[in-house]
Design a protein around this ligand. Structure first.
Ligand code: FAD
Length: 459
C-alpha cells in the first residue's frame, strides 16, 4: 500500500482524539491545505455526529469519554503490559498539567487539573487480600513501585503511608454483620486517582485542532452515513474503501478510514460484531451543596480517595453485587458511583448480513432518552455499597442516574488493527475500550500508531 496521505477518523472520543494527535505528531500528515471539507487532502479529518462541547452534564451525549471523571489506575493484576502503559500515560498526564501551569505540588487549582492524584483505595471482598491483589503487588514490585502501595494490614505499609502523608486515605470499613467484628482489607495506591475526562477531551480536541486536524461536528456534517467503496485491483475478491459519506450527502475521500466510534462501532462496521459488544454500566450520582461544609470537605479529592470494592460473588441474600466504585466529589459537588458487577445489554435484531449475531440479535446502545433509568439489581448493589462505604448518603435520593455504554471486546483488550475484510489496508479500527480506555488518552494514539505502523510494514 502506498503511504497514506489522508486519514478520516469516525469518532472524536478518547480513541479518535488520541490517534489524531499522535498521527499529527508523527508529522507525515500535513494540514488540510485547501480547507475544503468535501475531500480529504493530505490531512486528518475527524467526523462526529455529536459533540462539540464534551459537556458532561448534557444527557443527550452518549460517548463514554464525555463524563466528569474516570478512574486512573495502574493496577492490572497479571496484565503487566497495561500496568506499564498506564504508568507511561501517567507521565504524560502530569506533564500536560504542568504545561497548563499545575505543578505536582500545587493544590490551589486542583479543580482545573486533568489528572488528580487522589489515591485509589482497593477494598477487598473480605478481611484478607484476594489473588488479583497479590498479582498486582508482585507486578508493582517487579517495576519498583511496591513502595507506592499501602496494604492496610501491613504495619510497615501503614507507617510509610503515615510518613508520606497518605494515611488519612487508608480508610477502615467494617464488614457488616461480621462476628467477631472485622474490617475489610484494603490497598491504597498512591500513583492512582482519576482523570477529568470531558475536560481532557476538550483539551486534546484543541491540541488536535491546533496541529491542523480538521473537525466535522454535528449530525449532518459529522454523522457517518456509509463507506465509499470500489473494487480493489490488488485483492480482487475484496473492496477497497476510498472515503466516507456523511449524513448531509457529502463524500469525503481518504486513504484510510478509521472507525473509533466506541460502542457504536459495530453499527458502522458490522464486521466488528464478533469482536465487540455494547453493554451498559450503571452510574448514580449524589450532589453535595457547597454550603454543607463538612461533606464538601470530607468528599473532596484532597481528603477522599477513589474507592472500589469487589464484593463477594453472592451476598447473604444470595444476590450478586460484584465490582463497584466511587470517585471523590467534582467541583460541582457530584459524587459518582459506578456499578460494573453486572453489565446490561440491549439486544435488538441485527441487520441482515451481520457476520456474528446471537440468534439474529446483537446488543447496541439504547437511545439516549432511555438511558436514565437503572435496573433494580444495579440500584440494589449501589444502595448496599452506599450503606457500607458512604453512610452519609444512605437516606439521600440519587441526584441523577445514567447508563453509560461500554465497548467490550472478547478479552477486554483494545481492538486496534486493520480490518482484513477490506483491501489494501484501507480500513483501520481503534476501539474496544472495555471500561478502561479513558486513562490512556495521552498514550493510546501513540500505541495505536505504533500498531498501525507495525502492521503496515508487515502488511
Ligand atoms: C460506565 C463506564 C465507566 C468507565 N470507567 C472508566 C474508568 O474508570 N477508567 C478508564 O480509564 N476508562 C473507563 N471507561 C472506559 C472509557 O470511558 C472508554 O474506554 C473510552 O471513553 C472510549 O472512548 P472511545 O473513543 O472508544 O468511545 P466514545 O467515547 O464513545 O467516542 C466515540 C465517538 O464516536 C461518535 N460516533 C458514534 N457513532 C457515530 C456515527 N455514526 N457518526 C459519527 N460519529 C459517531 C460518538 O458521538 C462519540 O463521540 C468507562 C466506560 C464506561 C462505559
Amino acid at each position: 500500500m502506498a503511504e497514506p496521505t489522508s486519514v478520516a477518523i469516525i469518532g472524536a472520543g478518547i480513541f479518535g482524539l488520541s490517534l489524531a494527535v499522535a498521527l499529527r505528531d508523527r508529522g507525515k500528515y500535513s494540514s488540510n491545505k485547501g480547507g475544503r471539507d468535501d475531500i480529504g487532502m493530505d490531512g486528518i479529518d475527524i467526523y462526529d455526529y455529536d459533540q462539540n462541547s464534551y459537556d458532561a452534564n448534557d444527557d443527550e451525549i452518549q460517548a463514554a469519554s464525555v463524563d466528569h471523571n474516570k478512574i486512573f489506575r495502574a493496577y492490572y493484576g497479571k496484565e503487566h503490559h497495561y500496568q506499564r502503559l498506564a504508568m507511561e500515560g501517567r507521565k504524560y498526564w502530569i506533564s500536560e498539567d504542568e504545561k497548563r501551569g499545575f505543578s505536582r505540588e500545587s493544590s490551589d487549582s486542583e479543580e482545573m487539573r486533568l489528572f488528580v492524584n487522589s489515591g485509589f483505595l482497593r477494598v477487598q471482598p473480605s478481611d484478607h487480600l484476594e489473588e488479583l491483589e497479590k498479582e498486582t503487588l508482585a507486578n508493582m514490585e517487579r517495576d519498583g513501585l511496591r513502595d507506592t502501595q499501602f496494604v492496610k494490614s501491613i504495619p510497615e505499609d501503614q507507617q510509610r503511608a503515615d510518613r508520606l502523608g497518605w494515611k488519612n486515605k487508608l480508610l477502615d470499613f467494617a464488614i457488616p454483620d461480621s462476628s467477631p467484628p472485622s474490617y475489610y482489607e484494603a490497598v491504597l495506591d498512591s500513583t492512582a486517582g482519576f482523570v477529568r475526562c470531558s475536560n481532557a477531551c476538550s483539551h486534546y480536541q484543541k491540541i488536535a485542532a491546533s496541529k491542523g486536524v480538521n473537525f466535522h461536528f454535528g449530525p449532518e456534517s459529522g454523522g457517518f452515513e456509509s463507506l465509499v467503496k470500489e473494487p480493489s485491483t490488488t485483492e480482487p475478491e475484496k473492496s477497497k474503501v476510498t472515503g466516507l459519506k456523511t449524513k448531509n450527502g457529502a463524500i469525503h475521500k481518504a486513504d484510510v478510514i478509521v472507525v473509533a466510534a466506541g460502542s457504536f462501532s459495530t453499527q458502522i462496521l458490522p464486521e466488528l460484531s464478533y469482536h465487540l459488544e455494547s453493554s451498559a454500566g450503571s452510574l448514580a450520582m449524589f450532589k453535595i451543596d457547597p454550603s454543607d461544609k463538612e461533606l464538601w470537605d470530607k468528599y473532596s479529592p484532597e481528603k477522599f480517595p477513589v474507592i472500589s470494592w469487589k464484593a463477594t460473588p453472592r451476598d447473604s441474600k444470595g444476590k450478586d453485587t460484584g465490582s463497584i466504585y466511587v470517585l471523590p466529589r467534582t467541583p460541582e459537588g457530584l459524587v459518582k458511583i459506578g456499578y460494573r458487577g453486572l453489565k446490561f445489554t440491549n439486544f435488538i435484531p441485527a441487520p441482515d448480513g451481520t457476520p456474528f449475531t446471537q440468534d439474529g440479535q446483537w446488543s447496541v446502545p439504547l437511545p439516549a432518552k432511555d438511558c436514565h433509568e437503572l435496573q433494580e439489581r444495579a440500584i440494589y448493589a449501589i444502595r448496599q455499597f452506599v450503606d457500607i462505604f458512604l453512610p452519609d448518603f444512605s437516606k439521600v435520593p440519587f441526584y441523577s442516574t445514567k447508563l453509560c455504554w461500554y465497548t467490550d471486546s472478547l478479552d477486554n483488550s483494545f481492538v486496534i488493527d486493520y480490518v482484513s475484510d477490506y483491501a489494501d489496508n484501507t480500513v483501520f479500527v481503534c476501539t474496544g475500550g472495555s471500561g478502561h480506555g479513558a486513562k490512556f488518552l495521552p498514550i493510546l494514539g501513540k500505541a495505536s500508531q505504533h500498531q498501525y505502523e507495525m502492521l503496515k510494514d508487515i502488511g
